[in-house]
Design a protein around this ligand. Structure first.
Ligand code: BYC
Length: 314
């Protein structure tokens, strides 16, 4: 009996390995190793939490947007982020995770969200810089995830990336407008770039030799490129954009390497990254407190919707 079960398990593993080796998709109905499932739940949940927590820094400016047009644009962007969070929680549910449980784990700080959302948005230029740099980094990281080996995650990424690319362009357009404005507006943009540049490089995760999950996630085809590869791609993409905008990136070591045609950049402060990821960044407490209040204050909506659905299905 045990031998038969073992054979079946090994057949399943073989089929899974062959699917990955042939670069085909794993779907929710397919057998998968428990560690693969766990890694996906970890990454997808962290990704979903980032979208939901990521609504806060920009959401802070909804009531203070400088015009009706800017308010409408920002409102649409923040709503898109809620949508991204929902697709991603739905993808995690196909792996057997429970959405409410994932939210509880976020609030209890048992699961992470992107380090970038623990920095404050001090001026309206921050809204533009989040669009340009943060969504720009997100696109670099997420376009390869459209080819991730897990079907529901990869498919969710296709729509998310289309919307992120729109967000990136609206951010750039806002900054272009400010850079054509007064000296005060130009200084606001430069100040925001100075504050967000290094944290945006940290979004790609720790360096490859300090990234415990990368090797296995790449072998499984969940991640397609290493953290450092994507960070380099982002720098190469962003430096020419900074020149078009007319802003300085705050790195005296940033220079084009003529032999590789890639940009060299200065050392990243990984101690700051560790501080932020371990819960001690400038806004970690504020972000979690707000998420907790949203869960608790709105619990009645969930209760009412559940009761309504139950009544209609009865
Ligand atoms: N922040 O072994 P590693 C957006 C953690 S939202 C916090 O390299 P992995 C947007 C990592 O989880 C888009 N934690 O891990 C929204 C791991 O910890 P655990 C957000 C980080 O998973 C609103 C440990 O460090 N994007 O675009 O192989 C407005 C070791 O790292 C970070 C995603 O979520 C970080 N930056 O690679 C605007 C993308 N980096 O879990 C925009 C999906 C690492 O072992 N995620 N950690 O305790 C990924 O691509 C990968 O998970 C990562 C990390 C590249 C981030």
């Amino acid at each position: 009996m045990t031998a038969v079960a073992d054979v079946r398990e090994s057949d399943l593993q073989e089929y899974f390995d062959a699917t990955i080796a042939h670069d085909r998709r794993i779907e929710p109905r397919d057998w998968m190793p428990e560690a693969y499932r766990k890694t996906l739940v970890r990454q997808i949940a962290q990704h979903a939490h980032s979208e939901i927590i990521g609504m806060q820094p920009e959401g802070d400016w909804l009531l203070a947007a400088p015009s009706l047009r800017r308010k409408a644009i920002l409102l649409a962007k923040v709503q898109d982020e809620a949508g991204h969070g929902m697709y991603l929680y739905a993808a995690a549910e196909t792996l057997g995770a429970d959405r409410a449980d994932l939210t509880d784990k976020l609030i209890e700080r048992k699961q992470k969200y992107s380090s970038i959302f623990n920095y404050p948005t001090l001026t309206y230029a921050d809204v533009g810089v989040i669009g340009w740099l943060v969504d720009g980094a997100a696109i670099c990281n997420q376009v390869p995830l459209c080819r991730s080996s897990y079907g529901p995650y990869a498919r969710a990424m296709i729509r998310v990336c289309k919307e992120e690319s729109f967000h990136q362009r609206q951010g750039f357009e806002l900054l272009m407008t400010m850079m054509r404005g007064t000296e005060g507006q130009q200084a606001m943009v430069q100040d925001a770039v100075d504050r967000w540049w290094w944290p945006s490089l940290m979004m790609f995760g720790p360096p490859d030799d300090d990234s415990p999950n990368s090797a296995q996630s790449m072998a499984w085809g969940i991640k397609r490129h290493s953290n450092d590869e994507l960070r380099q791609r982002y720098v190469d993409m962003t430096v020419p954009q900074a020149a078009v905008l007319g802003v300085q990136l705050p790195d005296p070591e940033l220079a084009l390497d003529e032999s590789t045609r890639r940009y060299r950049f200065g050392p990243i402060d990984w101690s700051e990254f560790k501080q932020v990821v371990s819960g001690h960044g400038p806004c970690n407490d504020e972000r979690i407190t707000r998420r907790r209040a949203a869960r608790d204050d709105n619990a009645w909506v969930l209760e009412a919707a559940t009761a309504y659905a139950a009544k209609h299905s009865a």
